[in-house]
Structure formats: structure tokens, C-alpha cells
Design a binder for this molecule. Structure first.
Ligand SMILES: [Zn+2]
Length: 463
């Protein structure tokens, strides 16, 4: 299931700060039968907006519609990215390990090359492919599972969910062997997209070279991205030659984009290893804006809200137009139990956010619900619903929507929202139970009755 940093941080606190906690809640039937899956999907408006801006021109250059491709962040510090279906998965470690936007963009261009080349489509009948679908279905909820059932490839259940676990080794290796033949095509496509969008191919080259160097130096288990993307000297040589022929080879990222990239890196570092990891990410620039942003978040996560507020307020004084500074301010206030002020901070963030993030819109309403003022519940409902319109896969938002309706005494609506939340989290059984309860409280064929009916009648992939 998808999860926000806030929840991730809460769980991390209960364990040790800085250790990524594997997510095991609300796993749907297909993945349950396959054992627990451990792909820590994370939702974050700032990083999603950045990666969206990186990928949109590339997707267009590839002739793909950006609105039809989902970008999924995996909170894992290993360098990795892959495509499955219409989804591009990017590890937060890929961003953290990229010193420039161009390095991450290069990796995205390569992955889009696979997507546009239909490489995943040809994998449809492979067992390994089914395995990936099972993992993805397990984590992202209804969409994939329902699609799988509709297309008749209902054998999603019963395969191991070992994409990221060591247990899935054999299937994983055969998948990678299959992919090997397509790497050269993906490289070539990546170079075309980068040239079309007037961007340098140097980042792609740097990423692969960096990975190879790292591997040779460390001598530990090869990085998963390298295993799936073998970069023998010959392939690297070919890539080098073609890249250097690009008229944009020496082109640098715009300073504003570099700053956004660094701020995202700082946040990832803070959430995965606190102040130490932040310092490690910016060894030469400990007083820069990104370092101080990471430090503010790390201070908040270390449980010092007053100091954190001080630090984030200083950043806001420097750049009042940055929506994510306001969002972090809201997070700190939430952790301090100052929900009404948090709602105001999220609301300012929402107004400044040009990416129109549904997560952020819903956050405003969620903070109002947490505040508990009964008079403000209709406003909370409206705000959360605005968020869900933009981003309907936000299962957490449905939980808060249900709470708001509950406080307003609208039990049918609360049950329906709970049903939707379970559905989005991939817990189809609970979804159907609550949909049935809700349906009895609405007039037959009313919009809510039909919404419940939809949940009750949609077939899901099962054993
Ligand atoms: Zn590849």
C-alpha cells in the first residue's frame, strides 16, 4: 500500500529512527497468498512533483501521454528503477545518489525507453512478469488486480512476491536475463529522448559509470540495478561515444532545478538517516539551503518541534514561495498537536504548489479533522474530496474522510468512505463488507448506492 512520510516516520519512531520499516498492513488477497511483500512505497508531494517534471518531457518525446503513466516512489536507498505496466518505479536512493537532476533524468529516459519499446508488454506471459504484477497489485491496490482479472491473466495469486526479497532470486535472474537483450534498445531510445528535449546524456552515462565503479570498489553483492542492467565495457563504450556526440553533452541543469533536486535529496536523507545522512549527502555544503532543510526535517523527526519550527521558519523567511517549506511547517505543527495551525500551513502550501498535488489538498482536510472542531467538518470533507479528485489512490485520505462524516453523524457516508479506503489499500474483503453496510443506508440507484454497488460487484483476482 502507499503511505505518506508522516506514517512512515511514525512507524520508524516505534522502531529505530532511520530504519525503513517494511510495510505489511492491508495487503490484498493476491499478495497475502504470496506471503508478505516488502516494497516500501512512499507518497510525497514534493518529490512526486519533481519526478513528474523530470519525466513529462521525456514521456512526450517518447510519444507517451504523461497522464497515463504513473510514477511510484519506493523508499529504498539502493539505486534502482524499473517499469511494470504503465508504472515507473523509482527508488528514493536513485535520487539521493544522483548529484544532479540530469543523472536521475537519464535513468528515467532509459526506463521510458523500456516502456515505449513495449518490453514489459512482451513480458506479460512470463512467470516473472506475473510476479511483478502480484507485488505491484499488492502494494498499489485495486487498479492492477482488477485489470489482471479483466484481461484474464488471473494467475496473479500464488506466485511469490519476491521482487525485492532475496527469496525471489531464481525468477528474478531469469527476468533479468530476458531483459538483457533489450538494454541496448533502451539506451538508444534514451539518447533520442534526451536529444529531443535538448538535455544532456551525460547524467545517464555518469549513473552507469558510477554504479560500475562502486561495484568494483565495494566488492559486495552487485547492485540490483546493475544486475538487471548489465553495463559491460562494450556497452558503456558505445554509450559514451553516442553521448559525447550529442550537441547538449556539456549542458548543465538550470540552477533552480538543481536546488529542487537538492532539497528532495535532503528530505530523503533526513527521513532515512536523520542529520547524519543529511551531512553525508552534502559534504561540501553544510550551510546551504538544502542542508538546512534536511536538518530542519531531521530535527522534527528527532522529536524537537520547537527547534524544528525555528529552523523551518528561517527557511520560509528566505523563500516564502516554496510550498514544501510550508508543508514541513505543517508536519511539525501536526506533531505538536497544533492541528488548526497545521491546517493553515498546509493550506498555504497548497496555494503555492503549482503541481496541484491531491496529497497536499487532502492534508489540509486531514489536519482539520484531527483538530476535531465539529463546525469545521463540512469544510474538511470538501477539502479531502478535492484532494481525492486529483489523487483517488490516497487511502489515508479516505480514513480521515470517514472520521469527518462520522463526526457529522452521517454513518452511511462514513462507511462508504471506509469501504473506498480499504479498496484503495487493496483490502478488498473489508471493502466489500463496508460497502454492503453503507449501501443499506442509501436510496437505491442514488450516486452513493451506485458507488457501493461498484465495489460490491467488481471482481478481484484471487486464487
Ligand atoms: Zn534497462
Amino acid at each position: 500500500m502507499a503511505i505518506g512520510w508522516r506514517e512512515l516516520a511514525r512507524r520508524a519512531f516505534s522502531a529505530t529512527l532511520g530504519i525503513v520499516v517494511a510495510l505489511t498492513t492491508a495487503v490484498p488477497v493476491s499478495a497475502q497468498s504470496a506471503g508478505r511483500t516488502r516494497l516500501p512505497i512512499v507518497r510525497d508531494a514534493e518529490i512526486e512533483s519533481l519526478i513528474r517534471d523530470y519525466s513529462t518531457p521525456i514521456l512526450r518525446a517518447a510519444g507517451l501521454s504523461p497522464s497515463r503513466v504513473d510514477i511510484v516512489l519506493v523508499n529504498d536507498l539502493a539505486f534502482n528503477a524499473f517499469v511494470a505496466g504503465r508504472r515507473i518505479f523509482i527508488n528514493t536512493g536513485t535520487i539521493l545518489n544522483s548529484e544532479t537532476p540530469n543523472e536521475t533524468i537519464g535513468v528515467i529516459a532509459h526506463e521510458v525507453g523500456h516502456l515505449a519499446g513495449g518490453h514489459q508488454e512482451r513480458l506479460r506471459d512470463q512467470i516473472a512478469r506475473a510476479q511483478i504484477i502480484a507485488v505491484v497489485a499488492g502494494l498499489l491496490g485495486a487498479g492492477v488486480a482488477a485489470a489482471g482479472a479483466a484481461s484474464g491473466s488471473g494467475s496473479l495469486a500464488g506466485v511469490g512476491g519476491g521482487l525485492m526479497t532475496s527469496g525471489g532470486g531464481i525468477a528474478q535472474r531469469s527476468l533479468f536475463a530476458y531483459q538483457r537483450t533489450e538494454e541496448v534498445t533502451a539506451d538508444r531510445s534514451a539518447l533520442v529522448y534526451l536529444e529531443k528535449t535538448q538535455q544532456s546524456p551525460k547524467g545517464l552515462l555518469d549513473s552507469f559509470e558510477g554504479l560500475m565503479r562502486q561495484n568494483m570498489l565495494s566488492g559486495v553483492t552487485p547492485n540490483i540495478y546493475l544486475s538487471s542492467h548489465p553495463a559491460p565495457q562494450e556497452r558503456l563504450g558505445r554509450l559514451q561515444e553516442a553521448a559525447k556526440a550529442s550537441p547538449y553533452y556539456g549542458k548543465k541543469d538550470a540552477p533552480a532545478l538543481q536546488l529542487r533536486h537538492d532539497l528532495a535529496r535532503a528530505k530523503i536523507a533526513a527521513y532515512n538517516g536523520g542529520a547524519t545522512q543529511v551531512r553525508r549527502a552534502f559534504p561540501r555544503d553544510q550551510l546551504g539551503m538544502a542542508s538546512r532543510y534536511g536538518d530542519a526535517i531531521a530535527t522534527h523527526l528527532a522529536g524537537s518541534p520547537r527547534m524544528a519550527l525555528d529552523k523551518i521558519d528561517r527557511l520560509i523567511a528566505e523563500d516564502g514561495a516554496n510550498p514544501w517549506f510550508q508543508e514541513v511547517r505543517g508536519e511539525v505543527l501536526m506533531a505538536s498537536g497544533r492541528s488548526e495551525e497545521a491546517a493553515a500551513a498546509f493550506s498555504r502550501a497548497e496555494k503555492l504548489d503549482r503541481s496541484n498535488s491531491g496529497l497536499l489538498k487532502a492534508s489540509v482536510g486531514q489536519a482539520i479533522v484531527t483538530g476535531g472542531n465539529p463546525k469545521r467538518m463540512p469544510e474538511a470533507v470538501a477539502q479531502i474530496e478535492r484532494g481525492l479528485q486529483t489523487d483517488p489512490n490516497n487511502s489515508t485520505a479516505y480514513e480521515f474522510l470517514a472520521m469527518a462524516y462520522g463526526k457529522m453523524g452521517e454513518i452511511g457516508a462514513a462507511e462508504l468512505a471506509t469501504a473506498e479506503g480499504y479498496w484503495q489499500a487493496g483490502n478488498f474483503r473489508q471493502a466489500k463488507i463496508f460497502a454492503a453496510r453503507a449501501q443499506g443506508k442509501f436510496r437505491p440507484n442514488s450516486p452513493q448506492w451506485l458507488q457501493a454497488q461498484d465495489i460490491l460487484t467488481t471482481k478481484i483476482a484471487r486464487k
